[in-house]
Design a protein around this ligand. Structure first.
Ligand code: FPP
Length: 246
C-alpha cells in the first residue's frame, strides 16, 4: 500500500531534497532500553538502513550519505569496534544483491587505510558489484571525520601548489571542494539526526553549510522510511534562501 506521506511528498509543488545526509544515532540507547547488549542496537540499526535506502528510492532522492562509523568511534571498546566491523562485512555480503537489484551504487568516504584487509576486501566487493547503479548513490561514511577530511584537502592543495601544478591565488571554494572525499556529489540539502541530539559531530562540516537540519527523538533502530518521509515533508515546507533575500 503506497504511503500517505509519500503521496503528499509527490503532490506538493516543492522538490524533494537531492541529497540527504543522516547521523544514525541512538543504537546503544535503544538496546539499553530493552536490556539488550549494545551490539543488538547496531544490528537493529542495520534493518533501518535497509528500510531508509528503499524509502529514499521511492521518494526520488538521488544521494544518501550515512554516518556509519566516525574516526572517534575507533576509541570505543574493542569488542564494540570489532562488532561494528563484522556488521559492515555482513552488510556488504547480505545486502549487495538487493542493492544491485534496486539500482543502488555504493561509495565509501573516510580513512579506509585504517581497516584490516578483510574489511577492505568487503568494501571493494560492494563497490565493484554495485558500480553503475543509477537510481541512488549511497555514500557510507566510515572511519570518517570532517576535520580530517578538510586537513587532507588542504594538504593535497599544498602539494599541488608546491609542485607548480596550482597557484595559491587560484585556490577558491570549488577548487577546495574538489579535493574533499565528497567531490562527486552535490552538497546535502537536508541533514537528519536521530535520537534527539543537536550536534553535527564532525560530520560534513564544509558540505552542510546551507543544509536544512532536522532532528527527531526517534532512536535509529526505530527509524523507518515513514520517518524519512516526515523529514522530507518538513524540508518541503521550509523556504531556502541561501543567505539571499527573496
Ligand atoms: C550510533 O549509535 C551508531 C553507530 C556508531 C553505528 C551506526 C551503525 C549502524 C546503524 C549499523 C551498520 C550500518 C551500515 C551501513 C553497515 P550509538 O552507538 O552512538 O548510540 P548511543 O548514542 O545511544 O549510545
Amino acid at each position: 500500500m503506497p504511503s500517505e506521506l509519500l503521496k503528499r511528498i509527490k503532490e506538493t509543488e516543492w522538490s524533494v531534497p537531492k541529497h540527504v545526509a543522516i547521523i544514525m544515532d541512538g543504537n546503544g540507547r535503544w538496546a539499553n532500553e530493552r536490556g539488550l547488549p549494545r551490539r543488538e542496537g547496531h544490528r537493529a540499526g542495520m534493518r533501518s538502513v535497509r528500510d531508509v535506502v528503499e524509502g529514499a528510492i521511492e521518494a526520488g532522492i538521488e544521494v544518501v550519505t550515512l554516518y556509519a562509523f566516525s574516526q572517534e568511534n575507533w576509541q570505543r571498546p574493542r569488542p564494540e569496534v570489532a562488532f561494528l566491523m563484522s556488521l559492515l562485512k555482513s552488510y556488504a555480503k547480505s545486502e549487495v544483491q538487493d542493492l544491485v537489484d534496486n539500482g543502488v551504487e555504493v561509495h565509501v568516504v573516510g580513512d579506509i587505510d585504517r581497516f584490516e584487509a578483510a574489511e577492505r576486501k568487503a568494501i571493494d566487493t560492494i563497490l565493484d558489484m554495485t558500480r553503475g547503479g543509477e537510481r541512488l548513490q549511497l555514500v557510507l561514511a566510515i572511519s570518517y571525520g570532517s576535520r580530517g577530511e578538510i586537513v587532507r584537502a588542504a594538504r593535497r592543495l599544498a602539494e599541488r601548489s608546491a609542485s607548480g601544478d596550482l597557484e595559491a591565488a587560484a585556490i577558491d571554494e570549488p577548487t577546495f571542494a574538489a579535493e574533499l572525499y565528497t567531490a562527486p556529489w552535490p552538497d546535502p540539502d537536508l541533514m537528519i539526526r536521530t535520537s534527539g541530539e543537536y550536534r553535527i559531530s564532525n560530520f560534513l562540516l564544509w558540505q552542510l553549510a546551507y543544509a536544512e537540519l532536522y532532528t527527531t527523538p526517534v532512536l535509529w533502530p526505530d527509524f523507518t522510511r515513514e520517518h524519512l518521509f516526515e523529514a522530507i515533508l518538513d524540508y518541503q515546507r521550509r523556504e531556502r534562501r541561501f543567505g539571499k533575500v527573496t
